[in-house]
Design a protein around this ligand. Structure first.
Ligand code: G7M
Length: 339
């Protein structure tokens, strides 16, 4: 699923995730890799910009290193600013800093600034030799918004989900205490309104990036299936979940973003609890549904989620995107076409 972040750590992690998605047989083809020699970036000839992400301040380019036939991918990413005491004492600007005025208006001045080398670092990831899979993975993909009615859900989305039987093994392992048992923060064993609360795989454990996952005990596919019979479960997750976090992490419910994803990556109902100050990927309006709104919608209209249009984004080339295309739900333009 698409991810967005203003946080360097999350960005690096999503990069790592992308790279993990390329399977070992690809990696084993590292016959003569530039990583085995003293790397000279000046010998890198850029051939194509694969993607630019202005939000994450990333540039991904394809090219070749001198003397190498196989392509390489170079990913550059601006570094996150430090916020520690050492940095505060040392300061950011010095004699070498260059500053140019762009304009000023009243008390506001806009400048272009070129800090000295130590503040100009980039995180650089180099993939060499890069396979076609790597190139596809890092290439820009057009995004499309699907406005899914319940009829579209029943006729396109659901059959696709059922025919693809995505593995929920990791969820079942947690629910049956076969995995991550020692990580469980709280468990309510009730079959109907019970749940397990544990750290999200992505959470580094720091309070500043609190990211906790709640898995319902009951098998419910997603937000789409929720109705008034699930209100006790949803209220229990919201209320008990916030109580547990208050006691353990001293964060109040008003400091938490508690939400569900639609479409989720895994079709077993789960709720995300994250620290409001932490801008985790997937919190945007085309994907995240606050639990408070979900509960309220069902309180007003018991079968709200079997009536409402739910909007979400699919990526060009996603199998689900192709299904929507085939069924006429989406018209996809060729992203290579000049507009
Ligand atoms: O809402 P969505 O389906 O996009 O999110 C699923 C969440 O499950 C993500 O935030 C993942 O980081 C998290 N997750 C995925 N796996 C495979 C695991 C896992 O094995 N353990 C834990 N604790 N979280 C996981």
């Amino acid at each position: 699923m698409a991810e967005q972040s203003v946080d360097g750590a999350a960005t690096e992690e999503s990069l790592a995730k992308k790279m993990k998605a390329i399977e070992p047989e690809e990696a084993s083809k590292v016959a003569d890799s530039v990583h085995d020699t003293a790397l000279r970036l000046s010998s890198f000839q850029m051939t194509r910009i694969l993607n630019v992400n202005s939000m994450r301040k990333q540039l991904m380019v394809e090219g070749t290193f001198k003397g190498q036939e196989s392509p390489a991918i170079v990913i550059m990413e601006k570094k996150v600013f430090p916020e520690d005491d050492i940095f505060l004492k040392r300061g950011f600007f010095n004699e070498g800093t260059i500053i140019r005025k762009v304009y000023s208006n009243d008390v506001y001045g806009n400048y272009e600034c070129f800090p000295t080398r130590e503040h100009n670092g980039l995180n650089v990831t180099i993939i060499h030799p890069a396979s076609q899979k790597h190139l596809d993975k890092f290439s820009r993909k057009e995004l499309y918004l699907v406005n899914e009615t319940y009829e579209i859900y029943e006729s396109v989305t659901l059959p696709y989900l059922e025919s693809n039987s995505f593995s929920l093994q990791w969820v079942d392992n947690i629910l049956s205490h076969k995995a991550e048992y020692d990580k469980i923060i709280y468990e309510d064993k009730d079959k109907e309104k019970g749940f397990i609360m544990l750290p999200d795989l992505k959470w580094d454990g720091t309070l500043a990036s609190l990211d906790i996952l709640v898995l319902a005990k009951k098998r419910i596919k997603s937000l789409r299936e929720l109705n008034d019979s699930h209100l006790p479960l949803l209220r229990n997750i919201r209320d008990t979940g916030t109580d547990v976090i208050k006691k353990k992490y001293n964060l109040s419910s008003s400091q938490l973003r508690i939400y569900l994803h639609y479409q989720p990556s895994y079709y077993h109902l789960h709720v995300h609890f994250s620290y409001l100050m932490h801008e985790v990927p997937g919190i945007h309006c085309e994907k995240a549904h606050l639990i408070s709104t979900v509960i309220n919608n069902i309180e007003i209209v018991p079968d709200y989620y079997q009536k409402a249009v739910l909007s979400f984004v699919v990526k060009e080339n996603d199998p689900l995107c192709k299904k929507y295309q085939e069924s006429g739900v989406l018209t996809v333009i060729d992203s290579q076409t000049e507009i």
